[in-house]
Design a protein. Structure first.
Lengths: 306, 306
């Protein structure tokens, strides 16, 4: 998973800073190269990495540093701040309100894990005492409604979908209306997978958004995604009001950097991570815990304080 | 990208000093195109070794020499060493026994959808196909396949959920043989490459039934994880292999899906083929039955170097 490996590589890059005798332009370039390599091996967007290297260089102006300052410490702090900026958009996590209907809409690329995460999330809130329901507005994918039906039955959660209505906008609106009327607190709308290259699919997504007026729109992203992540995330964000991200399949071997780039692309916090195919394989995500775990694994905090 | 172009011309020997910045640029370029950094590194290094000490022709810049070399190298990487002609192989056993194809891969990459596309293609070529529902785990998997079978007007063999996938495949093949089907297309459950019990189960399905063709389905969106997926699926197939068999079972070929979602970030194709040597047999280019294409090596190389 992303934490351990990335943390280790980063701290080893920073450690080599301690081993050099003089800190000069070359040292910094070497450090930036290593940090960049570590990030690119975990699929962080190359343009983000380039930007980040530029930011660090700008902040660390060796010739302008007063003599006697601990250059190493300053450089580490700058690198560290940039990493945090990458991981934490500084936006508060969305929380549903009890006693009213909260509509949550899921969007994302094909096969990202939306439908699976929809049930996990519904189950999560159900355990917290919310009344929950799922609306299957994916009328495109073969077997989509059956998938929701099976999942919802397993989790004992109400659901709505249609065998005959082919317009996802109509299904979404009808389903949400039904559950709003009976006062369901969390209404989760599952939608088909789509990608930015298909403008009709994006148009459809906007129409669903208009029809159900979600309180939160969750963008689901597969943790194994590579360099295409940034552009896709940006496109989703500029079409609908994405408010949270769920990163799925974190039980695999991938480093998750592509998905993390989506945080930067959309300025949107990760709210949960998916760690398996089962109903309870969903973990709350808190950026500050994530960052401190990254520190812990790589022992960066220790490095910083030296 | 072409900033070094024509800087160095004349009848002189290429040395490391010329090459280094150019190769670094090419590596960055490949990484941006979603080639895994480790593999981008190996590719540029081998090009560097090949060119160092070579004489430049008059009016030739080092960059253009490198670019030409890059084009040749990548074309060579993508050109299959072993040709798999599925139609010919199916024809060879037709009338004697059904030809069997397994679709394997991690979760959500497009196994079932592309299985349906291959079925459409084989049917169009006059072969009698049958689908085998061996994803007995994921909710809705069987209904999804049933929907495709109905649309394609082919038979679906299924034994319901929670059954042992290898046995379902065995029964399906036996049924197909008795009934006179030409091809059995076997759908499998998505699994993470680091999940050993599930990887063993796949190996059992493949080896116990001695299938003709094992396809690895991977998505073009994948980053660094793609290589790990493919190599681990490859390796796992030799687990539980029948030791009397003369050759060790591996993946036979790749279907690279969601090629329509990546613009020109075609790097996953290079990473996957470079790391295993397995050919890309088809590209998945959309969600319809006709969105199954042969890879045009020239245009992939063009996208990559553009
Ligand atoms: N290992 C693992 N598998 C997951 C996780 N989340 C989802 N999956 C699997 O990923 C595959 C795709 O999940 P779906 O929920 O169908 O994805 P989707 O985004 O709804 O797909 P479309 O509706 O076709 O766009 C399924 O096999 C899921 O079981 C996860 O956190 N870990
Ligand atoms: N854009 C695009 N979408 C694709 C392509 N191939 C498959 N998909 C979509 O990807 C999603 C997942 O496809 P499936 O065939 O269900 O994937 P799978 O590998 O069988 O998934 P699991 O069985 O859950 O592991 C669906 O929404 C498909 O329509 C493709 O080439 N391009
Ligand atoms: Mg879905
Ligand atoms: Mg499937």
């Amino acid at each position: 998973m992303v934490l351990a490996d990335l943390g280790n590589q980063l701290s080893s890059a920073l450690r080599s800073l301690n081993e050099t005798t003089i800190v000069n332009e070359d040292t910094i370039n070497q450090l930036l190269k290593e940090v960049g390599n570590a990030l690119s091996k975990s699929d962080v967007s190359m343009s983000l990495i380039i930007q980040m290297r530029k930011n660090i260089k700008e902040k660390v102006k060796l010739d302008q540093m007063a003599a006697g300052l601990n250059k190493r410490k300053i450089i580490k702090q700058v690198v560290f701040d940039e990493l945090i900026r990458l991981l934490d958009p500084g936006v508060p996590l969305w929380k549903p309100t009890k006693g009213k209907s909260n509509v949550v809409m899921f969007v994302g690329l094909q096969g990202a894990g939306k439908t699976t995460s929809v049930t996990k999330l519904a189950y999560f809130y159900k355990k917290k005492g919310f009344s929950t329901a799922i609306v299957c507005a994916d009328t495109f994918r073969a077997g989509a409604f059956d998938q929701v039906r099976h999942n919802a039955a397993k989790a004992k959660i109400h659901y709505y979908g249609s065998e005959t209505e082919k317009d996802p906008v109509v299904v979404a609106r009808t389903g949400v209306d039904i559950f709003k009327k009976d006062g369901t607190e969390i209404i989760i709308v599952d939608t088909s997978g789509r990608h930015k290259q298909d403008s009709e699919l994006f148009e459809e997504m906007k129409q669903i958004e208009t029809a159900v007026k979600p309180d939160n729109c969750i963008f689901v992203m597969d943790s194994s995604i590579g360099q295409a992540a940034y552009e896709q995330a940006t496109a989703f964000r500029s079409s609908v009001k994405v408010g949270s991200i769920i990163i799925t399949k974190m039980d695999g071997n991938s480093m998750g950097g592509g998905a993390i780039s989506a945080v930067a692309a959309t300025n949107t916090p990760i709210i949960f991570i998916g760690t398996g195919e089962h109903l309870t394989d969903l973990e709350l995500f808190d950026p500050s815990t994530f960052v401190s775990k990254l520190l812990g694994y790589g022992d960066m905090k220790g490095m910083l304080e030296k | 990208f072409m900033k070094y172009f024509n800087v160095l011309t004349g009848n002189r020997v290429i040395d490391n000093l010329d090459l280094e910045p150019i190769l670094a640029d090419f590596k960055l370029h490949l990484t941006k195109k979603n080639v895994a950094p480790d593999i981008a590194d190996k590719i540029v290094q081998s090009i560097g070794t090949g060119l160092e000490g070579k004489k430049l022709a008059t009016f030739q810049g080092v960059t253009s020499v490198v670019k030409q070399q890059m084009e040749d190298t990548i074309t060579r990487i993508l050109t299959p060493k072993r040709n798999i002609d599925i139609l010919r192989e199916v024809q060879a056993v037709k009338g004697k026994r059904p030809y069997t194809i397994v679709f394997s891969g991690v979760n959500g990459v497009g196994k079932s959808t592309n299985l349906a596309k291959v079925c459409y293609w084989l049917t169009a070529n006059g072969y009698k196909c049958m689908l085998a529902a061996c994803d007995t785990f994921r909710s809705g998997a069987i209904e999804q396949l049933k929907t495709h079978a109905d649309r394609l007007n082919v038979h679906l063999f299924e034994r319901g959920y929670s059954k042992d996938a290898a046995s379902v495949a065995q029964d399906a093949i036996a049924f197909a043989k008795d009934t006179g089907y030409d091809v059995v297309l076997i759908d499998t459950t998505g699994r993470m490459q680091n999940n050993e019990p599930l990887m063993k189960a796949l190996s059992k399905l493949v080896n116990q039934n001695n299938v003709d063709l094992v396809l690895f389905v991977g998505e073009a969106l994948v980053g660094n994880d793609g290589v790990d997926q493919l190599t681990k699926f490859d390796k796992s197939l030799s687990l539980l292999a029948n030791t009397t068999q003369t050759h060790i079972r591996t993946i036979d070929g790749i279907i690279l899906t969601k090629f329509d979602t990546i613009d020109d970030k075609v790097g996953a194709a290079i990473s996957m083929v470079y790391s295993t040597g397995h050919p890309i047999i088809f590209l998945g280019t959309g969600q319809n039955y006709t969105d199954l294409k042969r890879m045009n090596i020239k245009s992939v190389v063009k996208s990559l170097l553009h």
